[in-house]
Design a protein around this ligand. Structure first.
Ligand code: FE
Ligand code: FE
Ligand code: ZN
Length: 277
């Protein structure tokens, strides 16, 4: 747990400098942000983001998340693929300028296409955007399997990595894995990730509890220890020495309008659940 933090905002007037201060205030050693609104691709120019000020103020590990409207996995989505590729390219440029360790990307939704066709559409798009470039790595996030989301099993994520000539990485989201059907109370779970994907391919972890039972395919995050995964299972994953060099990022919900992250990070560091709600 060398690099432990949460999702933080990025907003006017201080942008990345404000994100860094927020993360430090919560006692974090890493954080994740979008480079603008998560639900669209309109972006404030890089020059306004106070990146050099943020660099001077702190060396926290930074993860960048691509907007979740992008869908590069619909083989029939010609216009959308074009816009999506442009968006991902722009996000990679921004992630690089912001010294992101990776760009987390949702693999997208097949919208009725067969999985392999859909995954190959994604792979071709990512090659067009990133092949031969020295952008930060794209980390494909494991998904809950809501609707026609692809990447809902480790095998699907491995298929995407194995069929793309860009050296992709992976972001393990514990809520999504649980909702996708994986049993995170199984101490062999990370061994399975290692066998199917390779732990060397994992670039970051999203540590979230889940509001729903295993296999529900819902994707509703819960505060650590208040959901169906449970604090001890999340703690075991966060403490696994094989993940020690990776950013571990909380995306748990606010409670009564307050961010839970200072509390949750303290619980993880001390290794004990506290009933704070
Ligand atoms: Fe995500
Ligand atoms: Fe996530
Ligand atoms: Zn989620």
């Amino acid at each position: 747990m060398k690099y432990l933090g949460s999702h933080v905002g990025l907003s006017a007037p201080d942008y990345l400098l404000g994100s860094v201060f927020q993360a430090e205030q919560w006692g974090e050693t890493a954080f994740m942000c979008y480079t603008g609104a998560p639900q669209n691709s309109r972006r404030v120019p890089l020059e306004k983001l106070k990146i050099s000020e943020a660099d001077a103020a702190s060396s926290l590990s930074r993860v960048i998340h691509a907007p979740y409207i992008v869908n590069l996995a619909d083989p029939k989505g010609e216009d959308k693929l074009k816009i999506g590729k442009k968006t991902v390219e722009n996000e990679l440029i921004r992630a690089q300028a912001m010294s992101g360790v990776c760009l987390v990307l949702h693999p997208g939704a097949s919208l009725g296409a067969e999985f392999e066709e859909s995954a190959l559409a994604l792979c071709r798009c990512l090659e067009e955007v990133a092949l031969g470039k020295d952008y930060p790595p794209i980390a494909i996030e494991t998904m809950a399997g809501k609707g026609s989301e692809i990447g809902k099993t480790l095998e699907e994520v491995a298929f995407i990595l194995n069929n793309c000539r860009v050296p992709l990485k992976v972001c393990l989201d514990t809520c999504h894995l649980h909702d996708g059907g994986y049993d995170l109370s199984d101490p062999g779970f990370l061994d399975e990730v290692d066998r199917v994907i390779g732990l060397d391919k994992v670039a970051c972890v999203h540590l979230n509890d889940s509001k729903n039972p295993r296999g529900a395919h819902k994707d509703r995050h819960e505060n650590l220890g208040y959901g169906a995964i449970g604090f001890d299972n999340l703690l075991r994953i966060a403490r696994d020495p094989r993940l020690d060099e990776l950013p571990i990022i909380l995306e748990t919900p606010y409670w009564n309008g307050e961010a839970p992250y200072a509390m949750e990070i303290k619980m993880l560091r001390e290794g004990a659940f506290v009933d704070w709600r």
